[in-house]
Design a protein around this ligand. Structure first.
Ligand code: 4AD
Ligand code: MG
Length: 451
């Protein structure tokens, strides 16, 4: 249907050669002599209008039924569409009881659609979201390939908790090994195994060999807080490369990637845009270089504003993590666009982050964007053997477990850096969809895994 209708010159396709269209009935209007049915195959919102004579309309042509129609594309007499399908023959492939079909024509609440995650891709917004994900995939791959990065695959099962936040899921075999009759949970790998929270550590090993790598991989976090930005299973785009010069290098690559994404996506009208969100996307697209400020500067601004307005629930203070309300104020109100906040206190950052000379802050950044907050986190990695070992001690990491990681600093260590971008948060930004639970087909969060 997309190919059919996105044809730029309607008259070209109105040459009346017979065509076949398959899809699902989205709505149907029966009149005395004629029936109008909206047919959608998910490729193009809202679909194509099919026109049938009443005599030619089977009884079981109802909402939700899957159909194959044979006919010709003609100029439409209606004002709502340029072309329509004049139907000569109908095959109803799969019937659908219009009374019990969960996807009714009227507006359906977000919560209701979450409960029907298996059918919600039949709505225009979710179908568009899925197509957006696919397109982003393509754009991002093109960007990194152009920048001479190599696409790599990293393990999902890992012995480490990269971020050290204690949010890992354990992996254990479901059935005990037949040779053992102990009742203890079996360690399949002879040591604890987890689902990855980030591919970074493995990417570092690969960047230490082939210089520039990236991956797009599912990540898993047992994140219990219920927010519109967190999922238990989400996708992360991560890039890692060697021979960096400083944190500004890293921000530039992240910004370049997003600018290329912005240049290659047009806002889809099927999304629930608010005026503000659409505008902020347009502003980011047009803005030459996105703002940069240090964490210390950001906290000063937050403190100043809080002193006069008392607006924040959490008091901003140097040494404390920025809360989502702070992040959004910085990008939406203070800067009015995306902003890289750099050089957070070392104490707030994972063990691998490179110390700055001041001994208090680390060479890292978060990219904050309007309406979403943190979209990207990145840093220079501690490439100095002594500094890394000291940091691992401070974080209580098992030296034996991370020996391979320390080796990377022993054998030809190079200054290197990288970042990770939450794919669903990117989709949220580019679609105006407020909650990341609507930015992935089958979302998982605490107490929720329907299918
Ligand atoms: O800031 P985070 O935790 O950084 C890392 O994991 C680094 N190791 C990445 C790297 O440098 N290679 O996560 C990166 C991004 C966040 O900015 C956010 O967009 C997203 O991943 N993210 C989540 N998205 C959805 N649900 C969650 N629970 C997320 N946790 C992080
Ligand atoms: Mg982060």
């Amino acid at each position: 249907i997309r190919q059919l209708l996105s044809c730029p010159e309607p008259s070209v396709s109105v040459q009346s050669s017979p065509i076949e269209v398959s899809g699902w009935v989205k709505s149907i209007r029966r009149q005395k002599n004629v029936t109008f049915a909206l047919i959608n195959d998910g490729s193009w919102a809202p679909g194509v209008q099919a026109v049938l004579s009443a005599a030619n309309t089977p009884k079981n042509l109802t909402n939700g039924a899957s159909v194959r129609l044979h006919g010709r594309l003609v100029k439409s007499l209606g004002a709502e569409q340029a072309q329509e399908l004049q139907v000569a023959a109908v095959d109803v492939l799969g019937e659908c009881d219009p009374e019990t079909y969960p996807i009714q024509k009227q507006a359906l609440s977000i919560e209701y659609l979450r409960d029907n995650a298996h059918l919600r891709p039949r709505t225009d917004a979710v179908a568009s979201m899925l197509r957006l994900r696919s397109q982003l995939h393509r754009t991002i791959h093109n960007y990194f390939e152009d920048q001479e990065f190599t696409y790599v695959h990293t393990p999902v099962i890992t012995p480490s908790d990269c971020e050290g936040a204690g949010e890992t899921f354990r992996v254990i075999p479901n059935s005990p090994s037949p040779s053992e009759n102990n009742t203890q949970e079996e360690e399949f790998f002879s040591k604890p195994a987890y689902l990855t929270v980030s591919s970074q550590l493995h990417l570092e090993a690969l960047a230490s060999s082939i210089s520039r790598v990236y991956t797009l991989s599912p990540c898993f976090r047992a994140e219990r807080s219920q927010t519109n930005r967190h999922l238990a299973e989400f996708w992360m785009l991560e890039a890692e490369w060697a021979f960096t010069h400083g944190i500004d290098d890293v921000c530039r690559v992240a910004e370049g990637c997003l600018k290329s994404v912005l240049a290659n996506t047009t806002p889809d009208p099927a999304f629930p845009w608010s005026e503000g969100r659409l505008q902020s996307l347009e502003d980011a697209r047009r803005s030459d270089t996105w703002a940069r400020m240090t964490y210390t500067e950001a906290v000063k601004e937050l403190e100043r504003y809080h002193a006069s307005s008392k607006i924040f629930e959490f008091e901003p203070k140097w040494g404390r993590a920025l809360q989502s309300e702070h992040e959004r104020w910085l990008s939406e109100s203070l800067v009015g666009g995306p902003v890289f906040v750099t050089d957070y206190p070392t104490s707030l950052k994972p063990f691998y982050t490179r110390q700055n000379e001041d001994g208090r802050t680390a060479a890292c950044f978060d990219l904050l964007i309007p309406h979403v907050g943190e979209l990207i986190g990145g840093s220079l990695r501690e490439e100095r053997l002594g500094h890394l070992v000291a940091s691992m001690k401070k974080h209580g990491l098992d030296e034996e477990e991370y020996k391979w990681y320390v080796d990377l600093r022993r054998f030809g260590s190079a200054p290197h850096a990288g970042f990770g971008m939450g794919f669903e948060r990117l989709v949220s930004w580019l679609s105006g969809i407020e909650n990341v639970r609507e930015c992935i087909a089958m979302p998982r969060w605490a107490n929720r895994m329907l299918l």
